[in-house]
Write a protein that binds this ligand. Structure first.
Ligand code: 26Q
Length: 795
């Protein structure tokens, strides 16, 4: 159906009529999208079935990646590329007068994630399939993904996202594979054949219905599965309040929880976590049993990877299955469980570590709670034997303490592997945040530096650059990303560098059009496109960027001899709906933008753009057009970052702190091809421990800081009285916990260097090339191969 253009056209025309019930002449673009999607899914289904048969027959070890988030974005073009049929389809449609890129607009972004962690899961799925590895995703089929962001009068407004409004062409509902998940009720123990048996009585059950999506590998026959669970009412003969029950049931897969470190006590979130875990384990164990029978060897054939602690209930749930349903003794069950589960940590921010109050946990999951309690007691007893009398140590690592279940502690104790996501992050875990656990289990800790699906973020997102690369070094880089280093040979080839520059310019034009269409602001593509796109968080320090912009603006206004290289500052960021401070920063960015963009004295020297509703599909237009990549988190706070890698592979130069994977970027490109500034992680952590930083001193001694900070509250922004007082207070009253003012001077200095460097286009393009050429390391193919070899043991 896709082997020739004419064959494709013929089938497509026939299908439009069959699928949509209209003649081709009367059919709409949506009909065309729907038809094409169906055709692709059908085309894939053959390999999908074969892949599953292959896994069943060879009985090799399987990995199941459990994640509460998957930020997939759109799948149409990626699937076409991976199947090697992009050209046939694009040209065939073209001859029918249909523009493929217009059809893409009819696919909604699958935005089932907040940010880095969710996008990482999506990149991993691509690499697993592309490397022919037996790895599958399990998640929740949220009816509403991450909220849609509107900016109204400079403020963020959240609307429910509706990606399923016109259905999801990629999914297949598997109603016959539905499973039931029990909540609430009580547990009774009774003796049976000399053994205590536990029964969960009066539970309210929810049905989990799988919706499978094919994960198509690049240039391979492998099609893995992403299984998303939908929550539906179980068939109850009589229920006292059927409507309430239906509503409460469906609410479990209704919304993705925003990354809300400041919002507490969500029963529904814990329900979601158990829902995902219990449904997935039932499915995993069913298919294991069909192939291998007895669960005693589970860990030899199955690895269950938990993406952060959100699915950590996999540990007690597996224990429950082994003990209650399979009659294993505790010790053997514990051995199997520990050797089956592996865990990735994505944050050291203490606010973001999950802790569940017992008053919520115990009634909702009574049997699971008993098991967690038993795990905790046995763990504490071991500690007591190893460190007699050391209460302090035990209190620090206990799984249950202060009437809370500490999910990260459970994850470390109940798994065989704990990994961080960049070198520095893993060192901080080992030597600081989790040092007590590192002393107990040094063999569990390891690093797996994050990566990105380079086929989405370069091959798909930047066709012009990809074309130049393939023309220059051939196409092997699409499957062997390290081949990109061969581009280094061209660092002194002026005509090559000029072609790079031209491509960047074209991509900037394309983005400028989008900016104009969305914001009405015309930007000059000769300016530096300086971009900060990521979730809005205090530690990511969008505020540092804004204060620098305010400083530049003040200079333009007051110093007639001031000169600067023209810049367009581009922001994209969603703030968690309950994160008051983050929303203030969004309002500040928009307020500054309003002032700067309408000031005739500024002209084209500077523009500030806030792009509404930042998401995967918008990101794909932004990265290829960036000159400067802002990675300016307070050192030690950003576990890795992955946006930094997406910019790098598209030839943007990083301005960054020595944080997360920025450090590895610097190691790869060399100090002269990156702009670093600011405190180191050691310095930051030293200040947290020993004090010694007074933000007021910086305010008093640096007039640039004083002027900009005062402008937050002195009426400089007309009509927004008191609006930015909380920001002012965070900097001065609360002593600037993220060292914004401390790093300000060195940030201003490095930005000046960036401007000067940009004035030397050949030098700039050389640096840009060094970044592209060394970005192969950050392909998630490399990351996934490391997981496969060192943690999962799969081939
Ligand atoms: C926790 C408790 C209660 C409610 C929500 C949460 C919650 C939800 C999502 C906590 C954290 C997240 C997401 C974290 C995340 O995206 N972390 C990022 O992971 C990336 C991939 O490893 C890293 O590159 C980033 O540095 C890290 O911030």
């Amino acid at each position: 159906m896709f082997s020739s253009k004419n064959g494709f056209k013929k089938t497509f025309l026939k299908r439009v009529e069959m699928v949509c019930g209209t003649s081709f002449a009367e059919s709409t673009e949506r009909d065309h999208f729907q038809t094409l999607g169906n055709m692709i899914r059908e085309y894939v289904s053959n390999d999908w079935i074969k892949t599953n048969e292959h896994y069943r027959e060879t009985k090799g070890k399987q990995v199941y990646y459990l994640s509460i988030e998957y930020l997939l974005g759109k799948l149409l073009r990626q699937n076409l590329i991976n199947l090697g049929i992009e050209n046939v389809v694009q040209e065939g449609l073209g001859e029918l007068g249909i523009d493929l890129s217009e059809l893409e607009e009819f696919e909604a972004d699958a935005g089932l994630g907040n940010g880095g962690l969710g996008r990482l899961a999506a990149c991993f799925l691509d690499s697993l399939a592309s490397l022919n590895l037996p790895g599958h995703g399990y998640g929740i089929r949220y009816k509403h993904g991450l909220f849609e962001q509107k900016i109204v009068d400079g403020y963020q407004v959240e609307l429910p996202e509706q990606w399923l409004r016109s259905g999801n062409v990629w999914e297949i509902r598997k109603a016959d594979l539905a499973v039931k998940i029990p909540f609430w009720g009580k547990v009774e123990a009774k003796m049976e054949n000399g053994r205590l048996q536990f029964q969960h009585l009066n539970a309210e059950t929810i049905t989990a219905v799988p919706h499978d999506m094919p994960v198509v590998g690049y240039n391979t026959d492998t099609v893995n599965t992403l299984r998303l669970w939908n929550a539906e009412p179980s068939q109850f003969p009589i229920h006292h309040d059927i409507l309430r029950y239906k509503r409460e049931t469906e609410s479990v897969s209704e919304f993705l929880y925003p990354d809300d470190t400041h919002d507490e006590g969500k029963i529904l979130r814990l329900k979601q976590q158990y829902f995902l875990v219990s449904a997935s384990l039932q499915s995993i164990i069913k298919s294991y049993r069909q192939q291998h029978g007895n669960l005693a060897q589970l860990h030899e054939y199955v690895c269950i990877h938990i993406n952060d602690t959100h699915p950590v209930l996999a540990i007690p749930e597996l224990m429950r299955i082994l003990i209650d349903e399979e009659s294993f003794e505790w010790d053997e069950a514990w051995n199997i469980t520990k050797n089956t589960i592996s865990y990735t940590n994505h944050t050291t921010l203490t606010e973001a570590l999950e802790k569940w109050p017992l008053r919520i946990f115990r009634p909702l999951l009574p049997r699971i709670y008993m098991i967690v309690e038993e795990i905790n007691e046995r763990f504490c007893k071991e500690l007591w034997e190893r460190y007699p009398g050391d209460w302090d140590r035990i209190a620090k690592v206990a799984i249950i303490a202060d009437d809370q279940v500490k999910m990260a502690h459970l994850a470390i104790v109940g798994s065989f592997s704990v990994n961080g996501v960049a070198k520095l992050h893993t060192e901080i875990l080992k030597n600081r945040e989790m040092s007590q656990f590192y002393q107990l289990f040094p063999e569990k800790f390891n690093n797996k530096t994050n990566g990105i699906a380079h086929r989405r973020w370069l091959l798909k997102a930047n066709p012009k650059l990809s074309g130049l690369i393939s023309e220059t070094i051939g196409t092997n880089w699409t499957q062997a990303p390290n081949e990109l280093v061969r581009l280094s040979e061209y660092e002194n080839n002026t005509s090559f560098l000029e072609r790079l520059a031209k491509i960047k310019k074209d991509n900037k034009e394309r983005l400028a059009d989008v900016i104009h269409e969305k914001t009405g602001v015309a930007v000059d593509t000769n300016s530096i496109f300086d971009v900060q796109v990521k979730r809005l968080h205090a530690y990511k320090r969008q505020l540092l960027n804004v204060l620098h912009i305010m400083y530049l603006y003040n200079q333009i206004k007051e110093d007639s001899s001031f000169s600067m290289v023209p810049r367009v500052f581009i922001f994209g960021a969603k703030a968690s709906p309950g994160y008051y401070y983050a929303k203030k920063i969004i309002k500040l960015i928009n307020t500054v933008a309003e002032k700067v963009n309408h000031d005739p004295k500024v002209g084209d020297r500077m523009k500030v753009i806030f792009m509404e509703n930042y998401r995967v599909s918008l990101a794909e237009k932004i990265f290829p057009a960036a000159d400067v990549s802002e990675q300016i988190s307070t050192a030690s706070k950003e576990a890795s970052g992955t946006g930094n890698m997406k910019f790098m592979i598209n030839g943007a130069l990083t301005v960054g702190t020595l944080d997360g994977a920025n450090i590895e970027i610097r190691e790869l490109v060399g100090d002269s091809n990156i702009f670093t500034f600011g405190l180191t992680a050691d310095e930051v952590l030293h200040h947290y421990q020993h004090g010694g930083y007074q933000s007021l001193e910086y305010y008093h001694h640096d007039w640039r800081i004083r002027q900009a900070v005062d402008q937050l509250v002195n009426g400089f922004f007309p009509g927004v009285y008191n609006e930015f007082e909380p920001i002012f207070d965070s900097l001065l009253e609360e002593n600037d916990q993220y060292f914004v003012l401390k790093d300000f001077a060195s940030y201003v200095d490095i930005q000046k260097v960036i401007g000067n460097t940009f004035m030397d286009p050949i030098k700039w393009q050389k640096m840009s090339l060094a970044n592209i050429a060394n970005a192969g390391y950050f392909s998630s193919d490399r990351t996934i191969q490391e997981y496969a070899d060192d943690i999962w043991g799969i081939k």
